[in-house]
Write a protein that binds this ligand. Structure first.
Ligand code: FAD
Length: 198
């Protein structure tokens, strides 16, 4: 799969922001495309060069909300670089959104009927296609759309669906240079349905 290259901040285009942050289709820093660690650099940068904000750079480029988002990670006014450990009430970053979505997908696949009827197959296809369109990280969704056009969902039953999904997840793992998972039923069942053997 040819991956979509996201647009990122650079020193030239966004001198007041850390370089390398992924931008959304409107040119704003994308919350669900970056990680908390990436986004927290905004605050650090802001603290180390306060003048940026006072010059209006952050708000003038529509990034005020990102600064607020980043500041939610700071535990107290006296400790601006300490990161909150409990982020359960914060918006999702790329990692939380990704992990939660994969958890939903792999778990759903592992409870899918052994032999799915026609209606269930159509519903599963619709679910996967809709997800590929509405997944909020725009550049992730573009690649996922391309991938499922190239490798259409195999939805006739649980085992095939789990393996198909495992391959799709591995496609993303390869792109992100993460280790690949072994797409065997026994291993997938252990990870997503039964848990490890005692
Ligand atoms: P995750 O990759 O989220 O995996 C969670 C757990 O699943 C792992 O701990 C492991 O136990 C298990 N697992 C890993 N691989 C497999 C597999 N092949 N089969 C079954 N189980 C497995 N992020 C980007 O930065 N760029 C993208 O383009 C991008 N595209 C995405 C597309 C989709 C459809 C989704 C759902 C997520 C995407 N993400 C993308 C997010 C990314 O895949 C990860 O979820 C995120 O980086 C967090 O990774 P993680 O290391 O916590 O584990």
């Amino acid at each position: 799969t040819v991956s979509t290259e996201p647009k990122r901040t650079t020193k030239e285009t966004h001198p007041h922001l850390p370089p390398g942050l992924i931008l959304d289709e409107n040119g704003k820093v994308c919350k669900v495309c970056n990680t908390w660690a990436d986004i927290s650099k905004i605050k650090k940068k802001k603290v180390s060069s306060n003048s940026d904000e006072s010059k209006g750079n952050i708000s003038s480029s529509g990034l005020g909300s990102m600064a607020g988002f980043a500041s939610m990670m700071n535990s107290s006014p006296s400790s601006s670089s300490t990161i909150i450990k409990d982020r359960k009430d914060c918006p999702a970053d790329n990692e939380l959104l990704g992990r939660s979505t994969w958890t939903f997908l792999h778990t759903t696949a592992s409870y899918y009927p052994l032999k799915a009827n026609e209606r269930q197959q159509i519903q599963m296809k619709n679910l996967l296609e809709s997800l590929s369109i509405f997944y909020p990280c725009n550049w992730c969704s573009k690649d996922f759309q391309k991938d499922i056009i190239k490798n259409p969902p195999i939805v006739n039953g649980r085992e095939n669906l789990m393996k198909w999904l495992c391959e799709r997840h591995n496609e993303v793992n390869r792109k992100l240079q993460k280790p690949e998972f072994i797409c065997e039923t026994k291993i997938l069942d252990q990870r997503w349905k039964d848990g490890p053997e005692d």
